[in-house]
Unconditional design. Structure first.
Length: 364
């Protein structure tokens, strides 16, 4: 436990009855009571997430856009100042080193939000590659915290709390603003499938902002949401979690994320490997499923087609919306043509539970 990091607001969450777990090297609030209630609060109202474990990296310089177009799969020329874009960062073999959101401040300045478990690795990866480009890489992870306000009522809540800061921001757009004299970033992005905002704040004002939203007459003590609900929300929405649906062994082709890959770009790391994989047409795929049982297959459980080993579970959990277990699985290429068959099963403690492949819950 000595190497486990704590959030800047750890004591604040402790005072709000948070239960903690270790995730990506951090001691994180897993729930503040009932994770199902927290989940439904975000779907129907709004909730607050402290995700200050996430990493922040600044790329700045005249060749910043060229550098990012080389190391990332998406095309940074597709967005303008004040816009954000989802992208992947691949290795030479096409595996995913990380997935991230890129915020374009200007043509020569980009703010990146990367996964907590990969933040140090990503920064070192960037440092190794940036030597050939006229730009700099700065790790801002220790300087910034991140609070997300998500749910259908998030916009009204935040606009009433801090008028003029939120209503003019479109989806996948952001503003760079001064909040209490500190440079902050307010983005209409999120990881729940609901409308909402992610607010990047310097650590010096993070506690003030958390107290402000918590003490508002528009919120309640149960408005804070833990990691358990965050995971079930993203599963229902069909969002990937690095190390599960994507990894250095699972490519964007297999994860069905080609919409975040621009193969028309002149070159980027992993491009030739992804093109070869598409040409071979033997790759497996990441699929979403629902379990026809109350038991939940967990990561690593075997997927069977009839009696044949056909894949493995990547993520699994309970969906409060459909009131049944859901999950994702990597299905081997030889079995993909049979994915609509009723003969699919996930193994749980020696029992074969029937599953049905389907779209993510929020996309049905």
């Amino acid at each position: 436990m000595n190497n486990v990091k704590r959030l800047p607001l750890h004591d604040f969450h402790l005072s709000n009855s948070a239960k903690f777990t270790t995730f990506a090297g951090w001691e994180m609030p897993v729930s503040y009571g009932s994770s199902v209630s927290e989940h439904m609060r975000v779907r129907e109202d709004l909730g607050f997430f402290d995700v200050s474990h996430m990493g922040e990296i600044l790329i700045k310089g005249p060749e910043a856009i060229d550098f990012l177009n080389y190391v990332l799969t998406n095309n940074l020329n597709r967005i303008k100042d004040g816009q954000a874009i989802y992208s992947l960062m691949c290795n030479d073999n096409g595996g995913v080193i990380d997935d991230l959101i890129v915020y374009r401040i200007s043509v020569d300045e980009f703010f990146l939000c990367v996964n907590a478990s990969n933040a140090e690795k990503d920064f070192l990866h960037f440092q190794t590659l940036v030597e050939s480009f006229e730009c700099s890489v700065s790790d801002l992870s220790a300087d910034y915290g991140l609070i997300a306000v998500q749910g259908p009522k998030a916009i009204n809540f935040l606009e009433e709390l801090m008028p003029g800061h939120f209503s003019n921001i479109s989806r996948m757009h952001f503003y760079k603003k001064e909040i209490w004299g500190e440079t902050s970033y307010i983005a209409r992005t999120g990881y729940t499938g609901e409308d909402g905002f992610e607010i990047f704040l310097p650590v010096s004002v993070l506690s003030r902002f958390a107290s402000l939203i918590s003490s508002s007459s528009l919120s309640t003590d149960t408005a804070w949401i833990g990691l358990a609900a965050r995971d079930s929300l993203r599963l229902e929405a069909g969002f990937c979690l690095h190390g599960h649906e994507i990894s250095e062994e699972i490519s964007p082709v297999e994860a069905r994320l080609l919409w975040a890959v621009c193969l028309e770009k002149e070159d980027f790391i992993g491009k030739s490997a992804l093109q070869k994989q598409l040409e071979d047409k033997t790759f497996g795929q990441v699929l979403h499923y629902e379990v026809m049982d109350r038991r939940i297959p967990r990561e690593g459980s075997t997927i069977f087609f009839n009696e044949n080993h056909a894949g493995r579970v990547l993520s699994g959990g309970f969906s409060p919306l459909v009131k049944s277990p859901i999950g994702t699985a990597y299905v081997e290429g030889d079995f993909l043509k049979q994915k609509q068959s009723p003969a699919w099963f996930a193994e749980v403690r020696g029992k074969l539970l029937p599953i049905k492949f389907s779209k993510p819950v929020l996309k049905r």
